[in-house]
Design a protein around this ligand. Sequence first.
Ligand SMILES: CC(C)(COP(=O)(O)OP(=O)(O)OC[C@H]1O[C@@H](n2cnc3c(N)ncnc32)[C@H](O[C@H]2O[C@H](COP(=O)(O)OP(=O)(O)OP(=O)(O)O)[C@@H](O)[C@H]2O)[C@@H]1O)[C@@H](O)C(=O)NCCC(=O)NCCS
Ligand SMILES: Nc1ncnc2[nH]cnc12
Length: 285
Amino acid sequence: MNTLANFSTKSAQDKAMQLANLATQALIDEARLSPKPGLVDRRSSGAHTDLTLNLMEESAYSLADAFYEMALRGWCSPINVVLRREIGRIGRDGEKQMMAVTGGINTHRGAIWSLGLIVTALACVDEVVSAEKIAKLVGDLANLPDVNAPKVFSKGLYASKKYCVPGAREEAQQGFPHIIKFGLPTLRESRKAGANESQAQINALLAIMSSLTDTCVLSRAGMSALKYVQQTSKAILAVGGVATEKGQALFGSLDKQMLVSNISPGGAADLLAATLLLDRTTVIQ
Ligand SMILES: CC(C)(COP(=O)(O)OP(=O)(O)OC[C@H]1O[C@@H](n2cnc3c(N)ncnc32)[C@H](O[C@H]2O[C@H](COP(=O)(O)OP(=O)(O)OP(=O)(O)O)[C@@H](O)[C@H]2O)[C@@H]1O)[C@@H](O)C(=O)NCCC(=O)NCCS
Ligand SMILES: Nc1ncnc2[nH]cnc12
């Protein structure tokens, strides 16, 4: 059931608060979802030496204020460069807040970007619309220039350039193709096919991993690792996903191999959280 029923009757502050809570909850749900290959989950820190589930949760809670501010600023606003610039400022402040809470560890940089843009776009429209419509608005917003953005070096940018592939920036600018074409349809189809909620969410994560050029995977382990992740994720879904015995067996070997090779699909994890947020805030077209 859509969580935003009676949305248009709420005040800007109430709506912003509701959106901030939903975005934060999506991050918590993603972090707790288990088992996830290479990622922090209830079982372990996956391929990460500097992250724990507790840290991921504290990081998620620290971002609620930034999401609230973005939603308030986006409230019934047109998509324009002024909005883009202000969302950029709030996003950078959110990153500082996250770094302060985590002691300088990057837990949710990509998530601030993706979920921040989604929360803003949801606030811009004073009605409940489809995920496709929100993704299109995100694309419009992300394509606008942010004149105050500092030129910073990032691992994502380096990997994008080195391997000539799109990263987090382009994913949003293109209107989240990996959420709209992979994550969300797989989540909903898996539920219909009888998978339980955790299995459906893990299938959605695998669907994103099967195609995303995740700069987190690339920075850590290179192109051959990315191909392995994409192909194995696809193979698991092709045999029916993690709710099947064959899917479970393939998932087990992916899970082991990612730890051995130090691979983490951090970008796909962010997009799973964004998928959960859109699933809970939009109507099916
Ligand atoms: C546009 C920005 C997102 C900046 O992007 P850029 O690519 O330049 O910067 P990065 O900080 O390197 O990467 C962004 C993170 O996005 C995730 N990601 C990766 N690939 C994709 C993809 N194809 N699509 C979507 N998202 C993707 C990923 O985040 C996750 O991984 C993080 C861990 O990664 P890393 O730091 O590399 O850490 P480790 O591998 O663990 O490092 P070691 O342990 O080895 O040291 C984890 O945090 C996940 O979140 C990428 O990291 C954006 O940030 C920006 O421009 N912001 C400015 C503010 C703004 O305008 N905001 C507006 C709206 S909020
Ligand atoms: N569960 C998770 N583990 C590691 N990195 C992440 N980035 C976003 N979610 C993550």
